[in-house]
Design a protein around this ligand. Structure first.
Ligand SMILES: [Zn+2]
Ligand SMILES: [Zn+2]
Length: 170
């Protein structure tokens, strides 16, 4: 979904996204309840500010135990877009403020909403996917999930310092 910079009004325009076909198809991630709202406003000549929020529920497999679980993702974002090169950058010394650093310079006078949302989708997906922060993974002996109930195995003491001491004493 492309927005023409020239056509964006000076008064803020709210866009409720209904097309989520840009969401990547991945076998291991299931996305549901996706919602996205953006506010687009023109700020001077050929400069546009986009504020927005992307929410979805992602279902993954735990990196440690393989159990499926879901996680709510909610990301807020702000982009500054400018078309053309800022005349100030032609000068030798330019003091950059925070907004300059966050500004995206466009080659074409249009913004792709779906590209923005795709960026935010990847930022929102957690890098380590654990069903619980302290997930113990699978037992290396029986292959069962080590939950609070635990598996049926006896605690493995063979690697503990006490077990090594016991061997040394023999
Ligand atoms: Zn897990
Ligand atoms: Zn076990």
């Amino acid at each position: 979904m492309k927005l023409d910079l020239v056509a964006i009004p000076v008064t803020p325009r709210k866009i409720v996204v209904s097309d989520f076909s840009w969401l990547p198809k991945a076998d291991d991630i299931l996305i549901s309840q996706a919602k996205a709202v953006l506010t687009v406003v023109k700020d001077g000549d050929m400069k546009v500010v986009v504020n927005g929020n992307l929410q979805f529920v992602a279902e993954f497999s735990c990196d440690r135990c393989g159990e499926r679980f879901s996680s709510d993702v909610d990301v807020e974002f702000t982009y500054f877009f400018k078309h053309g090169v800022d005349a100030r950058f032609q000068e030798e010394e330019v003091e950059l403020n925070e907004e300059d650093i966050d500004t995206v310079y466009l080659e074409e006078p249009s913004i792709d909403i779906h590209d923005i949302l795709l960026d935010q989708y990847f930022l929102g997906i957690p890098e380590s996917r654990l069903c619980r922060q302290d997930c113990q993974g699978l037992c290396h002996r029986c292959g069962e999930r080590q939950s609070e109930e635990g598996c049926k195995c006896e605690p493995d003491m063979s690697d503990s310092p006490f077990a090594i001491l016991a061997k040394l004493k023999k």
